[in-house]
Design a protein around this ligand. Structure first.
Ligand code: PLP
Length: 394
């Protein structure tokens, strides 16, 4: 069978196996002490006051929307270039989606577009920016755009854990520190920069939101005597909200703790690979990498380029045993969204043009220089071939 180079791959070692096996010897398999330790580790990493670990990134987004009070009759705004989970989280709360176009170079929500859309729609209660590929949205500008409307900002930082970025005043922030948002959501799916197999978390600095998130992750149940309405027997519990089981297991948390310890090294390697790609493509006409911040300390999770003849390049690389991917099919063009919310192709021209050109090349910490050179050579060959490539756009 042909060996393919994947576009992403988890980076796990013996330490994760050992620490997970240790948990299996204990009495606590889920929602126990390792989960608490993992949450402490996340707070240290993100510079946040509360971290609530949950079963998936999707659950993190859904519970954050619920904790923000998003419900029927409300609207929420997000990017058309996101995974479906981001917008679906708002839909699952019974709210209606609204989109704003993206920025052509950074591929994140354009904050001017966000301001324009918010100005004409007072029902938007939540804004959900996505840090695509790890590149952090200009959160201070986005917060300015949202200030008049009072919309609550929930960051989808599923691609960006461990990243640092600078605001307009030059102050450095860590992703998840909540400087410009109410909550930040993470996913620990295998292709993310920290993995627990499946898993997610929400960070926040708001005590009340943290309390609601903890309640919502466990069927809306409380056992805290101070929160209970009645004076009960010791085994009693009360349900205060309708919710689901969003718990993370302790053996997943043990894996996550090792991943957090390794993150600085994994992040550096991803940064190195990004820099090598950028240098290799600097003079190559036809390929434009995602724009990088000036002082870059991003935790890159994807190497996205805009490529001339994208579909033919995808096929050329696949024929050479190199898998690539497209992040993402614009959400507003999905049949479900068109059927239920009357969104249409043509609504967001920058996002749609991006989609015709976007390609994610292999990027993961264990990608060797030789493997990366293979990708670079294959891309160069594609553009240096004699026959002109059919453009996907322009
Ligand atoms: C931007 C974004 N948000 C959220 C999610 C959902 O995370 P999970 O797969 O952990 O549920 C994904 C999944 O890939 C994603 O890409």
């Amino acid at each position: 069978m042909k060996e393919y180079l994947p576009y992403g791959r988890q980076s796990l070692g013996k330490e994760e196996s050992r620490r997970m096996a240790d948990v299996l010897e204990t009495d606590w398999l889920t929602q126990g002490p390792k989960v608490v330790e993992f949450e402490k580790g996340l707070n240290q990493l993100c510079d946040s006051q509360h971290a609530v670990a949950v079963s998936h990134g999707t659950t993190a987004l859904y519970l954050a929307c619920r904790a923000a009070g998003l419900g029927p009759g409300d609207r929420f705004l997000t990017s058309p270039i996101a995974f479906l989970a981001t917008a679906n989280a708002g839909l699952l709360c019974g709210a209606e989606p609204v989109f704003a176009d993206i920025d052509a170079e950074g591929f994140n929500l354009n904050h001017n577009e966000v301001a324009r859309v918010l100005n004409k729609d007072s029902r938007i209660k939540v804004v959900l920016p996505v840090h695509l590929a790890g590149r952090v949205c200009a959160m201070d500008r986005l917060a300015e755009s949202c200030a008049d409307s009072g919309a609550i900002i929930i960051e989808d930082a599923r691609h960006a854990i461990g990243g640092r970025w600078q605001d307009q005043a030059g102050t450095w922030h860590t992703v998840g520190d909540g400087a410009y948002s109410a909550m930040t959501c993470f996913s620990f799916h295998p292709l993310k920069n920290v993995t627990t197999g499946e898993g997610g978390a929400i960070t926040t600095n708001d005590n009340e939101l943290a309390g609601r998130l903890r309640l919502l992750r466990n069927h809306g149940i409380t056992r805290d005597p101070q929160q209970m309405r009645g004076n009960h027997e010791p085994w009693h519990y009360e349900m205060h909200e309708l919710s689901l089981n969003g718990r993370l297991t302790d053996f997943q948390a043990a894996m996550g703790l090792v991943q957090i310890e390794k993150l600085p090294r994994l992040k550096r390697r991803r940064q190195e690979l990004i820099q090598r790609y950028d240098e290799a493509f600097a003079e190559l006409e036809g390929v434009t990498p995602q724009a990088r911040p000036d002082d870059d300390d991003t935790s890159w999770s994807l190497m996205i380029v805009r490529a001339r003849g994208r579909t033919a390049l995808y096929e050329h690389l696949l024929a050479q045993g190199i898998r690539t991917q497209v992040h993402y099919v614009p959400i507003h063009t999905q049949p479900y969204y068109q059927d239920h919310f009357d969104t249409r192709a043509g609504d967001f021209p920058v996002a749609e043009k991006y989609y015709t050109q976007a390609l994610s090349l292999p990027l993961f910490p264990d990608l060797s220089d030789e493997e990366q050179d293979r990708v670079i050579t294959a891309v160069r060959e594609f553009y240096q071939a004699d026959e002109p490539q059919a453009p996907d756009c322009d």
